[in-house]
Design a protein around this ligand. Structure first.
Ligand SMILES: Nc1ncnc2c1ncn2[C@@H]1O[C@H](COP(=O)(O)OP(=O)(O)OP(=O)(O)O)[C@@H](O)[C@H]1O
Ligand SMILES: [Mg+2]
Length: 294
């Protein structure tokens, strides 16, 4: 049974001429203990997808089942409670409160549960120990490195013991050492049985994932299982294209990904592409592009 199941999920923002179709009939199932990387260009709908899976936003169309329960039409308070008990969030810009110590920041979600202060701080302290930050409890966020702040944010995300961790570009502001710290930590959490879904622009980080979902223009254009420790194949092709120097090479590299994009959207015919098969264009997502004009 899928832990997360999205069926034909679309998300529209705005009205009339200013409408944006951020998600276009996305179908996605995620099982317990998967470690899923979501990749795709800016504006392709990655954050929108995470926000819907994380119950921060609702789909305009389609259904969302979390733990086999319909959750796409929950009232705000119900969604908030389910979110608090099931999902931990980590964002790119750390979202720690600057006037609180690291310990107080980590303990904060427990206050909303009505847990007394002594127990809150004790529990937060054990979370900080778990992420290797026990000697930074009384520091303020401004006194920490980016990687350390993000580790504290992970401790805060874990404090409610959520099954699912959703992380939107958790390493986006970090150097490679900080990124490694954060990803190793997420790996540890994954090994404890949690399900982790993270967005990254860095193909290298697919090494940590068991699966990579590629998005473009609001659709899932490719979905690939991958071995932990190895860069996912499609991401590696993309990385290779980034390393290229000439414009022509760049175009050829980009076209590797473009092969997976519905043909109508791109005039790629002038760009030499290696493989262009109908079956690889789309593994999931929108079935009927006409609906985009809705
Ligand atoms: N609140 C909003 N109101 C209107 N349009 C929005 C809103 N949020 C997102 N969008 C639009 O929806 C589309 C998808 O945005 P989204 O933030 O999901 O992309 P993304 O893949 O996360 O991009 P990035 O890599 O830059 O973070 C974009 O065209 C964006 O402009
Ligand atoms: Mg985003």
């Amino acid at each position: 049974m899928a832990l997360i199941k999205l069926e034909d999920v679309s998300k529209l923002y705005g009205f009339g001429d200013a409408t944006t179709l951020a998600l276009d009939e996305v179908n996605l199932s995620i099982n317990k203990n998967e470690f899923v990387a979501i990749m795709g260009p800016s504006g392709s709908g990655k954050s929108t997808l995470l926000n819907i899976m994380g119950l921060l936003d609702k789909p305009t169309h389609g259904t969302y089942k979390l733990q086999n329960r319909h959750v796409d039409r929950l009232r705000t308070a119900q969604a908030a409670k389910l979110r608090r008990d099931t999902i931990g969030f980590i964002f790119q810009s750390y979202n720690l409160l600057p006037r609180l110590t690291v310990l107080e920041n980590v303990a904060l979600p427990l206050a909303y549960k009505g847990i007394g202060q002594t127990r809150r701080l004790k529990y937060a302290s054990s979370m900080l120990e778990r992420v290797g930050m026990q000697n930074r409890e009384y520091f303020y966020p401004s006194q920490l490195s980016g990687g350390q702040i993000q580790c504290a944010a992970i401790a805060r995300a874990l404090v409610n013991n959520p099954q699912i961790i959703i992380a939107d570009e958790p390493t986006g502001n970090l150097d490679s050492a900080g990124s490694r710290l954060v990803m190793e930590l997420l790996s540890e959490i994954h090994k404890m049985g949690n399900t982790i879904i993270f967005v990254t622009h860095n193909p290298e980080l697919t090494r940590y994932a068991t699966r990579v979902v590629y998005m473009h223009d609001g659709m899932i254009i490719h979905d690939e299982k991958t071995a932990v420790g190895e860069v996912a194949k499609t991401a590696r092709d993309k990385m290779y294209s980034i390393a290229k120097k000439t414009v022509e090479d760049d175009l050829a590299g980009v076209s590797l990904l473009m092969n997976l994009v519905p043909e109508k959207d791109y005039e790629t015919s002038k760009v030499p592409t290696k493989k262009k098969t109908k079956t690889r264009r789309r593994t999931s997502g929108g079935k009927n592009r006409k609906k985009r004009t809705r």
